[in-house]
Design a protein around this ligand. Structure first.
Ligand code: GSH
Length: 215
C-alpha cells in the first residue's frame, strides 16, 4: 500500500493507522502548493487535488479520509481497529467518522485561498483563524462531553476514529486553540499522542507548514 500524504495534513490520520497495523506500507510526499510528487503531477493521482490518497495492492486509488481509514482497519480485522462491518457497533463507528469528517474537519478547512490554492488548508489570517475557532468550538464541546466517560471514542480501546480525532486536534493546536478548557479532550489528546503509532507518524512527517498570519 502507498499513502500519498503532506506533513500535518489529514493524511496524518491514515498514516497513524497504518503504523498501528504493523503491516508494511510506503509513503509518497505531495507538495500541496505545486501539486507535485516524485512521480509528477499529483492531480493525475487524485483529480480532486487533495490528500490523503491510498493506493492499495490492486492498484485502486482510494480517496476520502474516512473511507481510507475503514479500508486500513478492515485489512487487519483481528486488530479490531474498527468493529466488524454490518454490526451495530460498526454503524456507531461510522457516525463518528462522518461527524469528524463533516462537522469537525470541514469546519477547520478555511475558505481562504492563497495564490489560488488552499494548500495552506488552515486559516492564515487572524480573521480566518477567529472564524475557524467559532465554528469548531461547539464541536469540541460535544467531543469533550462524550469523552467524559470513555477512554477512547469507541469505548475502551484505540480505533481508527482516534487516529482521525488526534489529527484534528493537532490542527487545533496549530491554530493556537487552547484545549485546556476542554479538560477531557486535552487529556485525551495527550494520551493518544503517547501511542507508538502516533509518535512514529509524527516523527516521519516532521513539522507541518507554518501558519503565518497575514493581517
Ligand atoms: N474530503 C477530503 C478532504 C481532504 C482535504 O481537505 N485535504 C487537504 C489537506 S487536509 C488538502 O489536501 N488540500 C489541498 C488543497 O485543497 O489544495 C477527505 O475527507 O479526505
Amino acid at each position: 500500500m502507498i499513502l500519498f500524504y503532506a506533513p500535518g495534513a489529514s493524511s496524518l490520520a491514515p498514516h497513524i493507522l497504518l503504523h498501528a497495523t504493523g503491516r508494511p506500507f510506503s509513503l509518497e510526499k505531495v507538495d500541496l502548493m505545486t501539486k507535485r510528487w516524485s512521480g509528477g503531477d499529483f492531480n493525475l493521482i487524485n483529480p480532486k487535488s487533495y490528500v490523503p490518497v491510498l493506493q492499495v495492492e490492486s492498484g485502486q486509488l482510494l480517496t476520502e479520509c474516512s473511507v481510507i481509514l475503514q479500508f486500513i482497519a478492515d485489512c487487519v480485522p483481528e486488530q479490531a481497529l474498527l468493529p466488524p462491518p454490518g454490526t451495530p457497533e460498526r454503524y456507531d463507528a461510522l457516525q463518528w467518522l462522518s461527524f469528524l469528517a463533516m462537522e469537525v474537519q470541514k469546519n477547520f478547512i478555511t475558505p481562504e485561498r492563497h495564490g489560488g490554492v488552499s494548500a495552506n488548508f488552515l486559516a492564515k489570517t487572524q480573521a480566518g483563524q477567529h472564524a475557524t475557532r467559532q465554528l469548531v468550538s461547539p464541536r469540541l464541546d460535544y467531543l469533550n462531553q462524550q469523552l467524559a466517560n470513555r477512554a477512547y471514542l469507541l469505548g475502551d480501546r484505540f480505533s481508527a476514529a482516534d487516529a482521525y480525532l488526534f489529527m484534528l486536534l493537532t490542527w487545533a493546536r496549530r491554530l493556537a486553540i487552547d484545549l485546556a478548557p476542554w479538560n477531557h479532550l486535552s487529556q485525551y489528546f495527550a494520551k493518544i499522542g503517547a501511542h507508538a503509532a502516533v509518535r512514529q507518524a509524527l516523527e516521519i512527517e516532521g513539522p507541518p507548514h507554518s501558519l503565518r498570519t497575514t493581517d
